[in-house]
Each structure stands twice: as C-alpha cells, then as structure tokens.
Ligand binder design. Structure first.
Ligand SMILES: Cc1cc2nc3c(=O)[nH]c(=O)nc-3n(C[C@H](O)[C@H](O)[C@H](O)COP(=O)(O)OP(=O)(O)OC[C@H]3O[C@@H](n4cnc5c(N)ncnc54)[C@H](O)[C@@H]3O)c2cc1C
Length: 492
C-alpha cells in the first residue's frame, strides 16, 4: 500500500472539519486540519451562529425592557445602546467557545493543525505555504462566504456583511438591510431592537422564502410592529455613498422601472452565500465543482471517491448541525469504510427571529410542490396557558399529517420554537406515531403542551363524533347533554 503522511486530511477547521477531525483522531486515524484563517471554529463561531445569537439575546433583553408595562411593572426610561459594549459581550462569548476549538485541544485528541493556505497538487497531495503533504483521504470543508448581489457600486460603499457586522462599535441611526432570508431577518430585528431604524429590502414577495407564507407574514407583522420598514418585491439596483450616508436605489412593485432611493447610515448585505472553492486548485485533484459548490453523492464523496465535501461547501443545507451530520457520514465512510449515507428528510432548522420559526420535515409549500396529500392541524399559542402567563401568545404550531395519519412535518412559529422543535426531532427520528404523542403526559403549564394538543387534534374529530356518542348511548344508555346554551342568531 502507498505510504501517505496522513490517513485523513481536512481542509477547513469549522463545524464540519472539526467534527470530522475529533472523530477521526479518536478512532486512531492520523489526522491533519488545515485552515487558512489562523484560528479554528469557522463561520459559525466567528461570524455566524454564535455572534448572531449573542447579539440577538442582547436585543431581546432590550425589547423586553421596553415591555415592562405589559407585565404590570413600571415603564422604564431606556438610554441609547452602546453597540461597542454589546459587541464586547459577543467577543467574550466567542472567546469562551474558542477555548473548546483550540489547536491544543485537537492535538490532545490526536489531530494536528496547520494554519496556511492549501492547494492541491494531485488527488492525494497538496501544498500549504511551501510544505507538501499527502493523505489517503481528504475532506473538503471550507465553508462559504457572503455572496454580493449584482448591485452597481456595492463594492464602493463599504457594506457590512456577516464577516464585518460583529466588529462594529457604533449603532447606525438608520440601517439598510439587503436580503430577507434568515440572516437578514435575524440581524435586522436585532438592530431595530437595539435602536436603529431598519429598512429591510427583499427581492421576492415573502420574507424567509423557504417557509410557509402564512408564518412568514406573521414574522413580517411583528417586525413592522416593532418599527421596521419591510420592502418586499424590491430589487436593489445601485449603491453609492454620499458623505456619511449610503444611498440604495431600488425598484419595486408591479411598475418595475420606477426608481426610488433609500438612505441609511450603513448597509448590511445578507443576500445569500457562495462556496469557498477558489484557490484550492480542485482541478489538480480532479474534483468537479460549480457555482453551487462541490457536488457529492449520498456518502458525501465527490467524483474522486477518496475526497469528500461536507458542510456549506457542498451547497446542500447551510447549517452548522448539517455540517456536523455530514462530517460524521464522511468520517464513517473514509475512516471506518462503512457505506453510510446521508438522509436529509429529517433536517430541522430554526430562524432565531422573535418569535422564532422552527421547522422539520415538510411544510405546506414543500408538500404541495411534491404533490403529497396532507392535512394541517394548527394549534395557537394564544390557547396555551403558559404562553398567556408569559405574555408570548403570538404564533402557532402547524402539524402536517399524511393521508395515512403519519406526521409529515412540523412548523412552529412562537416563543422558544427552537427548543420546542426538539420534541418533533425526536418524534420524527424515532418514527413516533401520532397516537403516542397525543397520549403522552407533559408537565403543566408548558409551551411544549402545544405539540401534544396538535397531535391530539387529529383524533378529536373521530373520538368526539356523533357516531361515537350514538354507539356509547346504545351500549351504556348514556343520557346525553345535561345543559345547552342558546347561541345568538348571527344570521341577522
Ligand atoms: C450570520 C449567520 C448566522 C448563522 N446562524 C446559524 C444558526 O443559528 N444555526 C445554524 O445551524 N447555522 C447558522 N449559520 C450557518 C453556519 O454558520 C454554517 O452553516 C456553518 O458554519 C458551516 O460549517 P462549515 O464547516 O461548512 O464551514 P465553516 O464553519 O465556515 O468552516 C470553514 C472553514 O474553512 C476555512 N477555509 C475556507 N477556505 C479555505 C481554504 N481555501 N483553505 C483552508 N481553509 C479554508 C475557513 O477559515 C473556516 O475556518 C449562520 C451563518 C451566518 C453567516
């Protein structure tokens, strides 16, 4: 057998790369991680999930402080926010987690780290800053970066992206946000709550375009109620800076061609992602790729069977938990030589706006597109006792059930939806039946009861039907109603 320097080489020390490295090293594979950033952790830790959720938390606290009167407490006079202090906390949280993602920790596990910019020389060998090394298998996990939409002059206005926004120290009075996907919505709401007047521009006719429209409309209503201006069906054409002001010329609505200029003190671009493939010289390794990333088969293998692509770089699902899942599949295939395949049917996700919007399985949009017959069971948070006590009654849970009574998907828009979806992650992963969910005992009063009620609703019509009443009356001589209320005649 050919001698390689490493059993496994990993390009990129982010969510996917680090998951693969930790597993491979602990299985006894000689493993090296190569990352060009000079630190481990990737986008999720430095420019993504961690800083955004930390910023969102500060914004949530501030939004709650504005609501004291709703809870019978005195209203507070709130001073302006110092963005720098908020970002200091963001940096502290990153630093705490960074300790866990240090090269020393990975070295203790048995994986080496090299910081530098690699490029392939052939399908087993690459060079990193003058050093050549070979590996039997490679995992490409180089992630993605913000895509800049074709807006004339965008490069001249120093627009913020997720790579720069968390380094800002001054809260803009007016913030323009380009992009109404999860990243745009989350950050737009955080800045609005911290005190910026935000205008969000979205090209399509719906915020969070992957989600069901009825839920996205509720998110939009909340953002607007908090003071944000949301511009749907609006395309950015040109950006320019005039002194301290950014001007964004847009065209919107059915009369495309009518231009309008929006102004702000800063512009945040959150308009999609691009895979990081440049500079890797994938051609030298014979690895195919395209604008959407590096395609793989279900075992996460590229067209070169010993080279895998996991995480954002393969363009499948841009989530940290998917990156980790895929890394586990690639690891099982590359190190243990077991032919494990990825199954994306049970991938959950959550947009951490407030209220949160979490999803698993099919929603109405996806089920309709796939021509699947379904029924929707909806439970509102306003009917949940705990939600009333918490003062968080917005939103609902939508459970999609197939013709055979099998749960197909669950969407939750509401306070804590990102936590509430776990019940459904467990149910979908374990193939739990609706009757089991409906029969389970939950502690009262909790938001989680909403899931049991939705599952129970599937049986309510059948159980409390005229037919059941008739059968019970015949069998046990039940006497029927003890009381009736005269309903007002609403026909007049
Ligand atoms: C603002 C924001 C918020 C987000 N919030 C969430 C969230 O709440 N939940 C969630 O699940 N996901 C979230 N995501 C998505 C999540 O960050 C990504 O899906 C995840 O980081 C992908 O992991 P990865 O390993 O593929 O890439 P990354 O974690 O980005 O790691 C890639 C690594 O590769 C390195 N690299 C890049 N190019 C090269 C190269 N040529 N050579 C060597 N190294 C290279 C990089 O330095 C980096 O360390 C968010 C993203 C953003 C931008």
């Amino acid at each position: 057998m050919k001698a390689f320097d490493y059993d496994l080489g990993i390009l990129g020390g982010g969510a996917a790369g680090l998951t693969a490295a930790a597993g491979a090293a602990q299985l006894g594979a000689k493993t090296v991680i190569i990352d060009r950033a000079g630190k481990l952790g990737g986008d999720c830790l430095h420019h993504g999930c961690v800083p955004s959720k930390t910023l969102i938390r500060s914004a949530q606290v501030w939004a709650l402080a504005r609501r004291t009167a709703e809870f019978g407490l005195p209203p507070l006079q709130l001073p302006p926010v110092e963005l720098g202090t908020v970002m200091d906390r963001v940096a502290e949280v990153i630093a705490r987690i960074q300790e866990h993602d240090s090269p020393e920790r990975f070295c203790r596990l048995g994986a080496a780290t090299i910081f530098g910019t690699p490029h392939f020389l052939d399908d087993h060998q690459l060079e990193v800053d003058g050093q050549r090394l070979t590996a039997r298998s490679w995992i490409i996990a180089t992630g993605s970066r913000p895509a800049l939409p074709p807006v004339a002059g965008l490069e001249t206005v120093a627009a913020w992206t997720n790579e720069t926004v968390f380094a800002q120290r001054r809260l803009p009075q007016r913030l323009l946000v380009l992009g109404g996907g999860p990243i745009g919505v989350e950050l737009a709401q955080a800045f609005q709550r911290l005190g910026s007047a935000v205008t969000l521009v979205e090209f399509t006719g719906q915020l969070l375009p992957a989600e069901d429209e009825d839920l996205a409309v509720l998110v939009q209503a909340r953002l607007e109620a908090e003071g944000m201006k949301v511009r749907l069906n609006t395309k950015a054409l040109r950006a320019e800076r005039a002194g301290n002001e950014v001007r964004l010329t847009v065209t919107s609505g059915p009369e495309a061609g009518t231009e309008e200029t929006l102004t702000g003190d800063a512009l945040l671009v959150a308009a999609g992602r691009r895979p990081n493939v440049e500079g890797l010289e994938l051609e030298a390794a014979g690895v195919d790729y395209g604008p959407g990333g590096i395609p793989t088969d279900a075992r996460l293998r590229t067209n070169q069977k010993h080279i895998y692509a996991c995480g954002d770089v393969n363009g499948v699902y841009p989530f940290t938990h998917v990156a980790g899942y895929e890394a586990g599949i690639a690891l099982t295939n590359s190190v243990m030589h077991l032919p494990r395949k990825a199954d994306y049917g049970k991938v959950p996700w959550c947009t951490y706006c407030d209220p949160e919007l979490a999803s698993i399985g099919l929603n109405e949009k996806r089920a309709t597109a796939q021509g699947i017959d379904f029924r929707v069971l909806t439970e509102r948070f306003s009917d949940n006792d705990r939600a009333l006590a918490e003062g968080e009654t917005e939103g609902c849970l939508k459970l999609l059930v197939g013709a055979n009574g099998k749960p197909l998907g669950c969407q939750i828009l509401g306070h804590g939806a990102g936590e509430l979806i776990h019940q459904w992650v467990a149910a979908f992963s374990g193939g739990t039946r609706l009757s089991t969910l409906a029969g389970a005992i939950h502690p009262y009063p909790t938001l989680g009861e909403i899931g049991k009620r939705a599952a129970g609703a599937y049986f309510t019509d059948k159980l409390f039907s005229d037919r059941t009443r008739t059968i019970l009356r015949l069998l046990f001589q039940l006497k029927g109603r003890a009381c009736a209320v005269e309903e007002p005649d609403r026909s007049r």
